[in-house]
Design a protein around this ligand. Structure first.
Ligand SMILES: Cc1cc2nc3c(=O)[nH]c(=O)nc-3n(C[C@H](O)[C@H](O)[C@H](O)COP(=O)(O)OP(=O)(O)OC[C@H]3O[C@@H](n4cnc5c(N)ncnc54)[C@H](O)[C@@H]3O)c2cc1C
Length: 385
């Protein structure tokens, strides 16, 4: 540690994905001296590899108010950042290929409408009228449609946010891996990076899947699991669909430049790695043309995979770490955290600076998974009272 250069700041944000970038930006805008450290370049992991869906429908009851507030914030982000992020509200459509799903979604739509979301249950005929390119041969029982859902370009968002962080005087430390945290007397006091030691009373662990590893270095078991999700990108085509469409085998959207992004459902993993598998290609080749026949002979020009972090109930852990004042965690977005970045940034900046986030955060407490405890051996090693 003696060789590490020391940096003093009011708050350190660990992780430069969409969550960490928005938290760092909003804290800096509230007058704090903020540093952000990422083990690589910003937006290189899930946030830059995301499907780009900015979706409100089909969310947990507790999470929906956050998604609705986030979409309100998405409206103004391009203007605020002063750069194009290709955000547009083309709607989201969820296809029902079984009667059971159609029946289940009737109840879900009722609940979401009661919560104030403009979402509609569609008949099969209405779905086909909206998306005429759907195969005439598949069984379809209907769908749900939310007109205010949309998409954005994750890579452009990463670039625009990086520029905004620099303008806001956030100290951006890329290629700086945070290796452990320093705590004492039940408080956070600093973070040990690969090149710097950050002396700070506040740190936010927004390291996506690696948030778990960071918590382990100070003796906490973080209750998450991991999945690898893959996206295949096609050659550009003339405009075909405007909605973000999901179905039982995956999802797709057509980007502004005409390319289709075809997403397959994530597979559980233990090692955090992003290699791509031939079987995903085979799955896409079989499943997508069955529903969207025009994709049968379209060329694939790019493919990539990213890691998502899952909790048992499918909503994130957004909390101050019990027993370590000043240490916060924002992870476990369960495959849909791209949409939530703006609202999480807003809420954490309110919570950290005033103690009062403007939305109820109780459903996201870590303790919902049981007592949050450190191993006593590690408690002694890191000097917790
Ligand atoms: C293929 C795919 C498609 C998706 N599609 C959608 C979608 O359509 N809509 C949606 O809402 N969500 C989607 N998601 C999920 C969404 O991308 C994630 O929930 C979201 O990006 C999580 O952002 P994050 O900033 O919390 O984590 P990440 O983006 O994973 O960022 C974490 C950052 O922490 C850094 N880091 C890790 N360890 C350390 C360390 N020790 N020190 C310093 N830095 C560290 C990493 O390098 C990384 O940059 C998708 C994800 C994938 C993979």
């Amino acid at each position: 540690m003696s060789k590490l250069q020391k940096v003093d700041c009011d708050a350190l944000v660990i992780g430069g994905g969409i969550t960490g970038c928005f938290i760092a930006l909003r804290l800096a805008q509230k007058g704090m001296k903020v540093c952000l450290a990422d083990k690589g370049p910003l937006f290189r992991e899930a946030s830059g590899r995301s499907g780009g869906g900015v979706r409100q429908q089909f969310r947990n009851k507790a999470e929906l108010p956050l998604a609705m507030e986030s979409v309100r914030l998405w409206h103004d982000i391009a203007r605020e950042l002063g750069e194009c992020i290709e955000y547009w509200q083309g709607g989201s459509l969820r296809l029902h290929r079984t009667k059971q799903l159609h029946e289940e979604d009737k109840i879900r739509v009722e609940r979401e409408r009661a919560q104030g979301l403009a979402v509609q249950l569609l008949t099969a005929q209405q779905v086909r009228a909206r998306v005429p390119v759907l195969s005439a041969h598949i069984k379809l029982f209907g769908g749900t449609y939310c007109p205010l859902d949309g998409t954005a370009n994750p890579l452009l968002m990463g670039r625009a946010l990086t520029h905004a962080l620099l303008r806001a005087d956030v100290g951006v430390y890329s290629h700086e891996e945070i290796r452990t945290l320093e705590t004492g007397g039940g408080r956070l006091s600093g973070a040990v990076g690969s090149m710097h030691f950050f002396r700070c009373p506040i740190a936010v662990n927004a390291a996506g899947p690696w948030a778990s590893k960071i918590m382990q270095t100070i003796g906490f078991d973080f209750p998450v699991t991991f999945r690898k999700s893959q996206i295949l990108v096609t050659e550009p085509l003339s405009p075909v669909i405007q909605e973000f469409i999901s179905f039982d085998k995956g999802y797709l959207r057509q980007a502004k430049d005409g390319n289709f992004h075809l997403g397959v459902r994530g597979i559980p993993i233990v090692e955090l790695e992003t290699s791509q598998t031939m079987s995903s290609f085979e799955d896409v080749g079989r499943d997508f043309p069955e529903v969207f026949p025009f994709l049968a002979n379209v060329q694939i020009i790019r493919a990539f995979a990213g890691i998502t972090t899952w909790t048992a109930d499918g909503i994130p852990i957004l909390d101050e770490v019990p027993g370590v004042a000043g240490l916060w965690v924002a992870s476990g977005f369960s495959g849909h955290g791209f949409c939530l970045g703006p609202v999480v940034g807003k809420l954490f900046s309110e919570w950290i600076t005033t103690g009062c986030p403007s939305l109820d955060m109780s459903a996201f407490a870590w303790s919902r998974f049981g007592n949050v405890k450190r191993s006593s051996k590690l408690e002694q090693a890191v000097g917790v009272a």
